[in-house]
Design a protein around this ligand. Structure first.
Ligand code: PXL
Length: 269
């Protein structure tokens, strides 16, 4: 690890509840000693139970935020999260294609843990046509892998094939996240994420954390992956570290009213 300060960018939605989206990404970057910047795609009114409103910003304003951040800082790596509409995907895809930032982690966010739709149905085609092929690495969870792969993903074996096939199809790295398979798998004691680095598959296995809530784990994973890639870690090593970061954030969770949100840094009591 060098002492030189690095900056990362998140292009994502705002979660007013502070657990996912832009808020989770910035907390993750800060916890990993990366200077965090943000281009907001949508404002949501939400808490961990519900998304009550979604208002997308104009695609031009999203692009202008990205351009302006990149004019001001050397951004080592960027991630995309909730993009919501085909128009926003097209605006972001153009800049990704231009390599305005050298490394792009694309988290193909579709549905919130609460069940709310975070990507319009008519935007899935745009995602596959103008964004995924230009990414450095994709981070689908099992339900997102099913949509991109077109077959059920209910086991680690299926996740392996899906991850490799998605990476080959889009000519990107791909990290298939296995957290959703916990309940389906015979072995409920571990979580297995699968990494396709363009040449071979790697497995990242860690003990499952019996968590009360998982809201924000996907955003936190892709932000941590972005942070480690910004520090020049190879993809499989960055993915292993990001998995451990999420696991630690789940272990740090503490009750807060009716919820038990992730904590990105344990500060004692
Ligand atoms: O974890 C997916 C996600 C991404 N972005 C925003 C979200 C959520 C989940 O709730 O709210 C803004």
């Amino acid at each position: 690890m060098t002492n030189k300060l690095k900056a990362a960018l998140t292009v994502a939605g705002s979660d007013s509840g502070g657990g996912a989206g832009i808020q989770a990404d910035l907390k993750t970057f800060e916890a990993l000693d990366i200077f965090g910047t943000a281009a907001i795609t949508c404002v949501t009114a939400q808490n961990p139970d519900t998304v009550n409103a979604v208002v997308p910003l104009s695609p031009d304003l999203v692009a202008e935020q990205i351009r302006t951040v990149c004019q001001g800082f050397p951004i080592a790596a960027a991630k995309t999260g909730m993009l919501y509409s085909a128009e926003i995907i097209e605006a972001v895809g153009k800049l990704v294609c231009e390599r305005i930032v050298p490394i792009w982690v694309v988290d193909p966010v579709m549905v919130a843990t609460s069940g709310a739709r975070l990507l319009r149905d008519d935007a899935i085609e745009a995602l596959q046509d103008v964004l995924l092929p230009h990414a450095t690495v994709l981070t689908p969870n099992a339900p997102e892998a099913e949509v991109l792969w077109g077959h059920p993903v209910r086991s680690v074996e299926a996740l392996k094939t899906a991850t490799r096939d998605i990476g080959r199809r889009f000519k990107t790295g791909c990290v298939g996240k296995g957290g959703h398979l916990l309940n389906a798998a015979h072995d409920g004691d571990t979580v297995t994420d699968i990494v396709w680095d363009g040449h071979r598959l790697h497995e990242c296995v860690c003990p499952a954390v019996p968590a009360a809530e998982t809201h924000g784990t996907g955003c936190t994973f892709s932000a941590a992956l972005t942070a480690f890639l910004a520090r020049n870690h190879p993809l499989h090593d960055a993915a292993r570290r990001a998995q451990q970061f999420v696991s630690q954030a789940l272990r740090n969770a503490r009750p807060l009213g009716r919820h038990t949100p992730l904590r990105w840094r344990h500060k004692g009591r």
